[in-house]
Design a protein around this ligand. Structure first.
Ligand SMILES: *Cc1c(COP(=O)(O)O)cnc(C)c1O
Length: 465
């Protein structure tokens, strides 16, 4: 499989999976996309019903890594990665109401769905870097969950230096501590004055600074990295198969921030999974649902909410969907994205928007509605949902159709957001045993301003220490 940029054409020496894994962002500022969508036929899907999760994940990912990493190596990595999860099914489905399911993606080491991809990514990086005898510096911005998942997946791996920027004071205590209490030498945490978009912009600016990028061998694990999307496709396949696909249509609801997770669901549809609807749930930072409902993609300020991992205004992965909806016209895609960058408003052509609307729906929940949903799912179904999951479930319920199962991505464990869970339901969600002493572990992080040079110098100091 070869890859191309959403802002450029497929070149003669197009990169393969190992190349784009390390590069993250395309050199022209676009995002990498596979040159074509692998197709899975119905008979193959039926056979896959019998596979354990890790083996299924390897099958789904293999066409994307073809030419770089073989299926057996992938399978070994997947068994190792998902063998660490706290639930034997890895991604169990809970029936919350009739035909409304929670797909629990939070049984990994940091209790959020980011572990699903990141546990694979750490191993993929290690494999490729060992093969090439290279080292890289991974820089990432996090609204809370990406950082801890990346740190947990990369800690102690000697070929990887990891620098994670989080918006100071805007992550939950549990989220911050999951990052800052990791003592491995290859990990640096930076609390940045600003919000998540500030952090993400710094990361983008570091990549745009080519001399810095080369100096420290920058690499990214944000959801702009295609490898992450690829590793998130298998659980959509798994859950759909469990409820009768490919012999039946299934809908998904996904609480969304950077648009990565729901894009993986869309990719599953491209590959042949019979998906009927994709419902996007937002908190009050509702740029995506506003776009879906009214074709208004205009950036407003980020406001803190009960679901901090979705406190995002610029959903980077949307560019990938736009690219497809423009029939892969990379020139048009690039000019729309550059214009969006400078004006804060995206002019999505009406026909592209209409195509998006045939599959996607959106629902916004403010904090009160999120709390009410958490309370209601608990009262009526004894299902304790974290705020992100509650938004997913509520979005799914809003667009349910009779006889079509609606699967909502349950993206975080309730214990990751104990204050919001307590306020909504009066219940205390307890951390699992491996994190029980989190609040007494010592923290270590730098607090810095959002100036690019300040952060760059901190990265240099970290790798040259
Ligand atoms: C990251 C995250 C999201 C949003 O996922 P995207 O891929 O950024 O859309 C939702 N919920 C939780 C708990 C998350 O950590």
């Amino acid at each position: 499989m070869r890859y191309r940029s959403t802002r450029g054409s497929l070149s003669a020496n197009a990169p393969n999976f190992a190349d784009i894994l390390l590069a993250g962002l395309a050199p022209d500022g676009g995002l990498f996309m596979p040159e074509s969508w692998p197709q899975i036929d119905a008979a193959t899907l039926r056979e896959w019903r019998a596979l354990p999760y890790a083996d299924l994940a390897a099958e789904v990912m293999a066409p994307f890594t073809a030419g770089a990493i073989d299926r057996d190596t992938l399978r070994t990595m997947a068994r190792d990665a998902y063998g660490r999860f706290a639930h034997k099914a890895v991604v169990p489905l809970a029936e919350v109401e009739q035909d409304l399911y929670a797909l629990e993606l939070f049984h990994g080491p940091t209790l959020a769905f980011k572990d699903m991809a990141m546990q694979m990514l750490g191993r993929l990086f290690d494999h490729v870097l060992t093969q090439r005898d290279q080292r890289v510096t991974i820089v990432g911005a996090t609204s809370g969950d990406t950082g801890s998942a990346a740190i947990e997946a990369c800690r102690g791996r000697e070929r990887l230096q990891v620098v994670i920027l989080h918006p100071k004071g805007r992550t939950s205590d549990v989220q911050r501590r999951q990052m800052t209490t990791v003592q491995d030498d290859n990990i640096l945490n930076i609390a940045v004055e600003g919000d998540f978009d500030t952090c993400q912009d710094i990361v983008k600016a570091m990549f745009a600074d080519t001399s810095f990028r080369d100096e420290v061998s920058l690499s990214a694990v944000n959801s702009i990295n295609w490898a992450r999307i690829a590793a998130q496709i298998p659980y959509y396949v798994r859950s759909a198969l469990a409820l009768g696909a490919p012999d039946r249509e299934i809908s998904f609801a996904v609480p969304t921030g950077n648009f990565g997770n729901v894009l993986a669901a869309w990719a599953a549809k491209q590959m042949g999974l019979p998906i009927r609807q994709l419902c996007v749930g937002s908190n009050r930072n509702d740029i995506l649902t506003r776009f879906l409902l009214t074709n208004d993609m205009s950036v407003r300020g980020v406001e803190p909410s009960l679901s901090p991992s979705m406190d995002i205004q610029v959903s980077s992965n949307f560019e990938r969907l736009l690219f497809e909806m423009l029939d892969r016209d990379s020139e048009r895609c690039g000019s729309i994205m550059r214009e969006f960058r400078s004006s804060g408003r995206m002019n999505v052509p009406q026909d592209a928007w209409e195509r998006i609307r045939t599959l996607f729906n959106g629902k916004t929940l403010n904090d009160e509605e999120t709390s009410a949903a958490m309370r209601q799912f608990y009262a009526e179904s004894q299902y304790l949902a974290d705020p992100h999951t509650a938004i997913g479930l509520a979005a799914g319920r809003a667009f349910q159709e009779p006889g079509i199962p609606m699967i909502a991505a349950a993206t975080a464990h309730p214990a990751k957001f104990p204050a919001a869970v307590h306020a909504a339901t009066g219940l205390d969600a307890h951390l699992p045993p491996h994190l029980a002493d989190l609040h007494s572990r010592p923290e270590r992080y730098d607090s810095l301003s959002s100036e690019l040079v300040t952060i760059q110098n901190a990265v240099r100091a970290h790798i040259n220490r």
